[in-house]
Design a binder for this molecule. Structure first.
Ligand code: ATP
Ligand code: MG
Length: 393
């Protein structure tokens, strides 16, 4: 999935808005609430004591309700917000300590931001919008046009170079926003609710498009959303924020299976689990297995012992060869037939990354448990039909 190198590391980051942010740090540390601090001092705590690490090539999603501090946090990552306290290491350098020159270079080359409301220049053509960052950097016209054209191709907007933003749909405008961000070839993409203004179908397209682009370009992406389904679809890992504080960081599966608070439980209630959970999350290793070298009698006894009416048959490498039913085994014992001759194959097989959504129809097309196999047909686990449905409750 992604390499384990740390790209971005945030340590104890706090951002307070107001006249004298540092003056309220003591109150925050003493556990005085955000509301009380605002009332008493007129300062707003945007985020408090945030620590996290983002790996190179990862899509790291920050999720939380409105006002929880998501934008405050992501805007610290390119220093649009100057942190009140804390450190932000990118490739091992604390960007909070950068001087103006270093900071400008960092913003031009290492990070790019995509905004919710696109932030396009209305009086510039699409091509000129995408060229903007390169122009600022003084890249010669011909070269920047070439780069911009190529990035428009990446986001699927070939042919729109000379149109103006008002001539494009919302989804297309955000593609321009993405192309503009990609034009500088930044290591890190900061995306603050980039798809929230789009209608649901376009939004779904854009999510898939982003995953597609990411699989090719392998940027490090910090992505903000308040939509849990979007968070879990896109995020390799997700951080959940509330009142300026991170409540939980984990993979979508970890958060789904073990929400750290009621706030998070409420969020994940809305999750369409069938699109998040995969076969590997719900399979288990069968309590009974029969080996090819065994006879029908062994198979029969095995089923009797476990109280089941069919059992999978594997070889010594645990490669799946078929399934025997108890009725066939009884007959084979009587007729002295070998196990090989009574193997049936009308069960469903899937790989471990198959989403539950795709398993649901299989529960009606076959009477037997679903076999989960690796690419060598090795049996990794089984999923009884009832487990597919109970996993969704
Ligand atoms: N420039 C600012 N000046 C004063 N307070 C601010 C400023 N920006 C944000 N805040 C405050 O910081 C807190 C966090 O706001 P932030 O914009 O980070 O929330 P958010 O999670 O992005 O919300 P949304 O989902 O609505 O975009 C809020 O209480 C907000 O009022
Ligand atoms: Mg916001």
């Amino acid at each position: 999935m992604y390499s384990m190198t740390t790209k971005l590391k945030i340590e104890n980051l706090t951002k307070v808005f107001g006249r004298n942010p540092k003056s309220v740090m003591k109150k925050i540390r003493n556990g005085i609430s955000k509301e009380a601090i605002l009332k008493e001092t007129g300062h707003t705590v945007g985020i408090y004591d945030v620590s996290l690490e983002v790996k190179k090539g990862e899509i790291f999603v920050i999720m939380g309700l409105s006002g929880s501090g998501k934008s405050t946090l992501i805007r610290c990552l390119n220093m649009l917000n100057i942190p009140t306290e804390g450190k932000i290491f990118i490739d091992g350098e604390n960007i909070v300590e950068y001087n103006k020159v270093k900071l400008r270079e960092f913003r031009q080359k290492k990070v790019a931001m995509v905004f919710q409301h696109f932030g396009l220049f209305t009086h510039r053509t699409i091509l000129k919008n995408v060229e903007y960052g390169l122009e600022v950097r003084g890249i010669p016209k011909e070269e920047r046009q070439k780069i911009a054209t190529n990035n428009l191709l990446i986001v699927g907007l070939e042919g729109y170079e000379n149109q103006y933003p008002r001539q494009l749909s919302g989804g297309m405008r955000q593609r321009v926003g993405l192309a503009r961000a990609l034009a500088n070839d930044p290591d890190i993409l900061l995306m603050d609710e980039p798809f929230s203004a789009l209608d649901p179908l376009i939004r779904r397209d854009m999510q898939l498009e982003l995953l597609d682009i990411q699989s090719k370009l392998k940027k490090t992406i910090v992505f903000i959303t308040h939509d849990v389904n979007e968070a879990f679809k896109l995020g390799d890992r997700v951080a959940v924020m509330k009142d300026g504080v991170i409540q939980q960081i984990g993979t979508p599966e970890e958060i789904l299976e073990n929400p750290a608070s009621d706030y998070i439980s409420n969020f994940v209630q809305d999750v369409d689990k069938s699109r998040i959970l995969q076969a590997k999350n719900i399979m288990f290793f069968p309590s009974s297995l029969v080996f090819l070298k065994d006879g029908p009698l062994v198979a029969m006894k095995e089923m009797e012992r476990s109280g089941i009416s069919s059992v999978f048959v594997v070889d010594n490498d645990r490669k799946l060869h078929g399934l025997v039913t108890v009725d066939d085994a009884i007959n084979a014992v009587k007729e002295r037939k070998p196990l090989k001759e009574i193997l049936i194959k009308n069960y469903e097989t899937v790989d471990p990354d198959t989403y539950i959504q795709e398993l649901i129809p299989m529960t009606t097309s076959s009477r037997y448990p679903i076999a989960v196999l690796d690419h060598n047909d090795k049996l990794l686990g089984i999923i009884p039909r009832v487990s597919v449905l109970s996993a969704l409750i």
